[in-house]
Every structure is written in C-alpha cells, then in structure tokens.
Design a protein around this ligand. Structure first.
Ligand code: FAD
Length: 463
C-alpha cells in the first residue's frame, strides 16, 4: 500500500547503473517512483565509463589486428585513423543508449527529473535548479563516484581525467597517464594502440595493485612490448604548461613534456553537498555511505547502492545491489549480494580476466596451502607475426578441498574466457572436475583444462 501523504513511494537519486534498475523494478510493481539525474541518463557506465571506453579499446585494437594481418599476407597502403570520425560515431551511439535508458524508465512509469537532487531531511528532496521540493516514503541514493586528483599539486589544472579523455578535440601525439589502476592501464593501451607516444607513471611498485602478482608482472611486461613506457615507484611533483606542451616534473628529477596529461589516480564516492547530514545518513571512514548488508543506510528509510557505497565498484555489482534492494524492500524477500567470486576484466592490451582469489590471498585464507598451476605461451594467432607476446593462465587451487579458488588470464579474449570460468569457480568445482572437462581444440582456453604440472619454485618459467 502506498502512503499517500508522500509525493512518491520511492525517490532515486542518480540515474546510473544501479539507480535505473532499482527505479524500473519498483515502478513495474506499481509504485510511484521518481528518479533525478543531474547529468545524462545512463550514468558513468554508459556515458563516461565502461561503454565508451570499450569502444575506444576496440578502435585502438584495430592497429594490432592490422599488424597481425600483414603476417598473414594481407597488404594495404592507406590504413589511417581519424579521431574526429570515431568520436562522432561513439557519441551518436552513447546518445542512442542514453535515450534507450530514458525511454525504458518512461515505459516502466518512472518520472524522470533532470536536475541535481539534494536531501533536505529523511523524506524530503529538493531539486534546487528546478525550484522543486518533493517528499518520498523511501529514498535510494545511487550517485556513483567521481575521479579524484591531488588537488594541491601545482599545475594540476592542466591535467584531464577519464571524463575529458572521451572528448579530446584532437588525438594527442604524446600523452602521460598517472595511475596504476585499471582505468590508467586501459587508457594507456587505448592511446598507445592509436599511435600516441604513451607514458604510464605509477607511484607503487607495480601496476594493478590488488591483482595477482604474476598478472601484474606479466601485464607490465606485455604493455611495454606494445610500446608503452612504464615508470614505476615515482610520482609527479608538478605540471607546467609551456608553449609546446605540458611538462611533467617527477620526483625522480625527470621532466617529460607531453601534449596531454591524464590523471587516473582513483575515484571517490559522489557525496558532496548531497545533504546527507540533514537526513541522518552517515559516511564510513573511507568517505563512502555506510550501509548494512541489505544496502540500508543509517537512516531508517534511506538505502544506498553502487559506487557511492564503495563496496565493489563495477556495473554488474551496482545492478545486482539494485535487484537485492528491490527484493528486500518491495518484495518482502530479504536478499543481499554475494561479493565472492565476482569476475572482472581489465581491457588493457592485452586484456586481463580474473575471478576469485589471487595466489597471495589464497595463501592467507586456505589453511592447508594452495596448489598453483600456470602456463605462459605464445598464442597461435601470432605465429606469423614475429610477435613475442605471451599469454598467462593461472589456476589457484585450495590444497585441501582441491577447489579452484582463483583463475587469472592475461591475453587475447581473457574477458570473454573469464566469464565462463567464473561459473565454475562460483560453483566451487574442483581441479579434477576442470580436468574432466574435455578441451576445445585448437583454442587458448583449452589450456585451462589441461594444466597438469603444479608450479614449484623449480618449474616457474619467466615467460
Ligand atoms: C573510465 C571508467 C571505466 C569503467 N569501466 C568499467 C568496466 O569495464 N566494467 C565495469 O563493470 N565497471 C566499469 N566502470 C565502473 C562503473 O562505471 C561503475 O561501477 C558503475 O557505473 C556504478 O554505477 P552506479 O549506479 O553506482 O553509479 P553511476 O553509474 O556513476 O551513476 C550515478 C549517477 O548519479 C548522478 N548523480 C550524482 N549525484 C547526483 C545528484 N545529487 N542528483 C542527481 N544526479 C546525481 C550522476 O550524474 C550519475 O549519472 C568504469 C568506470 C569508469 C570511470
């Protein structure tokens, strides 16, 4: 039953991956739902994240495919890339997708309010730009995250973040990307593939902190083979704009001039000026909205999902959290998302796919230790190219239960392979069950079911 003393049963703040799904499901149940969006419907993933990024990766990978093609006997004279044509086509597709999201909200009966929403109390939301104040029985905060840059670094105003990287007016000749996370590594691959002289600088000892150490080392080597200059253990002291570019002053004394500098130094929950205090919504120590397992905040009628809670910042996770919220609150079926064995990909070049535990995580959690199986090999596709790129495949197995608890792949199609491997890891299958699965030949993936030799310090190959 709707409480008619409120304007809406549910007010959602943020029309991104999580907010849109929760709003649609709830409206389809016959509830009165509104959603506010200050930017464009679709949120980070559709407008300035996963989707446009994947288009950029695909555009960039063509150069590598052309190289392979030459090895297979193809020849062509006039292969060239036009940035403006690509950006225009990409923007048309993103606008189409955003329109589709908005249309689906409408079809479900959700009222879409274009504007920034601010909480005035636990049941009241203001859209200051529209002079609108409304009330809702329940509120869902799904405002996502935003890029973080070191704001006090001299010259930081000359740097862009991923948000602007999607709209550069021209393809730069030289770019420096600061950061070692997946966004930094992906954009380094994109620009290098498009022929841009690319430098990646990261203050830590290796890229992709938190990933399996073999994956980190392998990928760092492979992206260097693709022409990216990787500088580790170093960070900026300042940026200086000159007549010919931007000079990156580094703490090791180096000064590198580039045309564009991109900071991909992390993301933070989008909570600024949201009025959280007035509604009794608390933040945790990391500055994310504090929620329980069911995504309920410290205010009784307010929930939060997605990146703003900083639990696992991925689109499919935000969507699953939205579904769990809807089941819990509107279907009387308490559900919470299970964060174990969530597969993820890094769309670097070559890409990475992982699911489950890294070797070091498994060593910490598996009481009887772990068995590790790994292989490094040259993909068949590169046989005629002279390329010395290697694929890495690694299985981490709990020594006691013999369950495969981690799968790590670096190489072509790794994101596609890992989605299927994730089914087996999630199902808790043992190494013997993987081995009992007949190979598909000739593929790269067949290596995953034919790994026989346990890795010991003596048989680890450098690749
Ligand atoms: C460059 C990049 C690449 C990525 N690649 C991948 C990938 O390959 N795979 C993957 O799974 N994930 C990827 N992600 C992460 C993914 O985009 C996020 O995890 C996902 O979008 C989170 O969804 P969300 O609903 O929490 O928030 P968002 O999708 O960020 O949506 C939040 C929305 O709220 C709006 N908003 C904020 N404050 C207000 C307010 N006060 N009033 C009204 N509206 C407001 C914002 O404008 C935004 O549209 C990527 C992210 C980035 C930045």
């Amino acid at each position: 039953m709707s409480d008619r003393s409120y304007d809406y049963d549910l007010f959602v703040i943020g029309a991104g991956s999580g907010g849109v799904r929760a709003a649609r499901l709830t409206a389809l149940d016959g509830k009165r739902v509104a959603i506010a969006e200050e930017h464009r419907v679709g949120g980070t993933c559709v407008i300035r994240g996963c989707v446009p990024k994947k288009f950029m990766v695909m555009a960039s990978e063509v150069s590598h495919s052309l190289e392979i093609a030459r090895g297979y006997g193809w020849s062509f004279q006039d292969a060239s890339f036009d940035w403006k044509t690509f950006i225009e086509a990409k923007d048309v597709e993103i606008a189409r997708l955003s329109g589709l999201y908005a249309a689906n909200l409408g079809k479900a009966g959700v009222e879409l309010i274009h504007g920034r929403a601010v909480l005035r109390d636990a049941h009241t939301v203001e859209i200051p730009g529209k002079g609108k104040i409304v009330t809702a029985e329940r509120i869902l905060i799904a405002t996502g995250g935003r890029p973080w840059v070191p704001g006090d670094m001299p010259g930081i105003e000359h740097a862009i973040t991923s948000e602007q990287a999607f709209h550069l007016p021209d393809l730069p000749k030289r770019i420096l990307i600061a950061g070692g996370g997946y966004i930094a590594v992906e954009f380094a691959g994109i620009f290098a593939g498009l022929g841009v002289e690319t430098t990646l600088i990261y203050r830590g000892p290796n890229i992709l902190r938190g990933f399996d150490d073999d994956v980190r080392a392998h990928l760092a080597g492979e992206i260097e083979k693709r022409g990216i200059k990787v500088i580790l253990g170093c960070q900026h002291t300042s940026l200086e704009k000159t007549r010919t570019g931007i000079v990156n002053h580094l703490e090791n004394g180096m000064a590198i001039e580039t045309d564009v500098v991109m900071f991909a130094t992390g993301r933070v929950p989008h909570v600024v000026d949201l009025g959280l205090e007035t509604a009794g919504v608390e933040l945790n120590e990391q500055g994310a909205i504090r929620v329980d397992a069911y995504s309920k905040t410290t205010a009784d009628n307010i929930w939060a999902i997605g990146d703003v809670t900083d639990r696992m910042n991925l689109t499919p996770v935000a969507i699953r959290e939205a579904v769990a919220f809807h089941q819990t609150v509107y279907r009387d079926d308490p559900q919470h998302f299970d964060y174990e064995a969530v597969a993820t990909a890094v769309f670097s070049q070559p890409p990475v796919g992982i699911v489950g535990l890294s070797e070091s995580e498994a060593r910490r959690t598996c009481a009887a230790g772990v068995d590790v199986y790994a292989t490094r090999f040259r993909p068949m596709k590169y046989a005629f190219t002279g390329s010395d790129e290697r694929v890495l495949m690694k299985l981490v197995v709990d020594a006691e239960s013999q369950r495969v608890v981690g799968v790590h792949i670096v190489g072509p199609e790794a994101p596609e392979m890992i989605q299927l491997a994730a089914v087996a890891v999630k199902a808790g299958l043992t190494k013997a069950q993987w081995d009992a699965t007949c190979a598909v030949h000739p593929t790269m993936a067949e290596e995953l079911v034919t790994l026989k030799e346990k890795q010991t310090p003596a048989n680890v190959t450098a690749g």
